[in-house]
Ligand binder design. Structure first.
Ligand code: ADP
Ligand code: MG
Length: 452
């Protein structure tokens, strides 16, 4: 590399994390074009998957178990739907998805899920024999083959369980349920987490027409007019709208900086999930690590201190971005402690200010990008922004990061001006799981109507 001054290197880094207003329009129109291509089965980085589900009526009723398989956790919930837009969540348990399962054998993975259901039942004292129906939230791209069946197109978020891609996932879960003696559990719905989130908020909010996930990964879905879904062949829905799972994490019309390219190359899915790799919790910390490591190599950070710890992939997790950005202590002592924990014993205040700045810019770029693609989806539904829109958002990144939500709001304001007041961002905690239960109830209700 030719010799560059310290300030030149820093300016280059800062610029590559910036998305100026002038570039926003271009990204919005590229995203819209990819959406349109995806809707008529042309080649597109956006799969635009029909879900055969629409928003609920709010009248869905009953007791359900929801199984929410995210990228980091498996959550199991017991829910009571009152039928008047109210949901009572009576018990919840969270299990960590360890690497030995997420990159292991198919049987072990599904058996583990069933063991979690057994533990959940023991602790919550739910009698599974009562024949409860289960809503299954599966946060990976699936081609829906029915309301309670779907084929995994490919793993994302560093999952690599063998022998599942191309298979029908509910069948695999059912096989394990039978093996474990849990055959009386009925899997009534299979939904994507974005769909669950949209459905959960819609149960009590008719303005909700978009669901977004900002957690380990990122994705969104929205209510589309059925007449606009050119590729739809066998429609069983009697409504005028259907929820489309965009799979927006795979959007690839974006400029990659050298650190993005390095992260992508080292991932399990190079060339895929480009937007996700700039936006979501699985990757933001890693982007910051690469940038900080490079600045340390150039001796712009940490002087002569030993920084070899920064060479290890994954040591700088996204939670650290939140902690550092929230550090308002005198002398940034919390950041100093955190860096020490990483093995960087000596840092000056200037080092810590710069590290904080980098964290802010990395998460700011992610939040801006998510707002820009969100703006594209909103204009697809309502080009002149004439109506109110509630955006249901679930995911720990959105919930816990100090400022992610603020940057999304500010960017929507930059794009839509005063009209952005029509857009409401609604944190929908555990929405992904709750929505699966509501969908299960809606399906059972529809089926019973068909019979009568
Ligand atoms: P999942 O994606 O598995 O459904 P979550 O929505 O809970 O799960 O998201 C988990 C991800 O959130 C973690 O992988 C991590 O990247 C990110 N995360 C966890 N804690 C924080 C935090 N305090 N600030 C920002 N991001 C966080
Ligand atoms: Mg989730």
């Amino acid at each position: 590399m030719p010799y560059l001054s310290v300030s030149r290197i820093l300016i280059n880094t800062f610029e590559s994390l910036d998305i100026p207003s002038s570039r926003i329009k271009r990204i919005v129109s590229d995203f819209r074009a990819e959406m349109s291509r995806g809707l008529c089965a042309q080649k597109s980085s956006l799969k635009m998957i029909p879900t055969y589900v629409d928003a609920p009526s709010g009248k869905e009723k009953g007791r359900f178990i929801a199984l929410d398989l995210g990228g980091t956790n498996l959550r199991i919930l017991e829910l009571e739907l009152a039928g008047n837009a109210r949901i009572r969540s009576s018990f919840e348990k969270r299990f960590t998805l360890e690497n030995k399962y997420t990159s292991g054998r198919q049987e072990d993975f599904f058996d583990f899920i069933c063991e979690c259901i057994q533990k959940f039942a023991e602790e919550s004292k739910i009698s599974l024999k009562a024949g409860l129906s289960l809503g299954f939230t599966f946060s990976f791209p699936i081609r829906q083959t029915g309301v309670s069946s779907g084929i995994l197109l490919r793993w994302t978020k560093d999952f690599s369980v063998k022998g599942v891609e191309g298979k029908e996932v509910v069948g695999l879960l059912r096989k394990s349920l039978i093996k474990k003696g849990l055959n009386y559990i009925k899997i009534a719905a299979l939904v994507n987490d974005t769909v669950g989130t949209l459905v959960a908020r819609s149960y009590s909010d008719p303005d909700c027409d978009i669901g977004v996930i900002l957690g380990t990964g990122t994705n969104a879905c929205y209510r589309e007019r059925i007449s606009q879904i050119a590729k739809l062949k066998h429609n069983t829905l009697k409504t005028t709208n259907m929820i489309i799972n965009i799979e927006w994490g795979n959007f690839n019309k974006l400029k990659l900086a050298p650190f993005d390219a390095e992260l992508d190359k080292a991932s399990v899915n190079p060339g895929e999930q480009i937007l996700e790799k700039m936006v979501s919790g699985m990757y933001l910390g890693e982007i910051a690590r690469i940038i900080i490591r490079d600045l340390a190599k150039e001796k712009i950070l940490f002087g002569a201190a030993d920084t070899t710890a920064l060479n290890r992939r994954g040591v700088f997790v996204t939670r650290y971005l939140s902690d550092i950005e929230a550090d308002s202590s005198n002398g940034l002592l919390k950041t100093q402690r955190l860096l020490r924990g990483l093995g960087i014993r000596n840092s000056t205040l200037r080092d810590r200010v710069l590290v904080k700045k980098i964290c802010e810019l990395v998460s700011r770029r992610g939040a801006r990008l998510s707002a820009i693609v969100l703006a594209a989806v909103i204009t697809k539904i309502d080009s002149r922004l004439l109506r109110k829109h509630t955006i249901a958002i679930d995911g720990t990144l959105y919930e816990k990061h100090p400022g992610y939500a603020q940057v999304i709001k500010a960017t929507l304001n930059e794009i839509f001006g005063r009209k952005s007041a029509k857009i409401k961002l609604a944190l929908t905690k555990d929405g992904s799981g709750k929505g699966a239960a509501i969908t299960a109830a809606a399906i059972i209700r529809m089926k019973s109507k068909e019979v009568n």
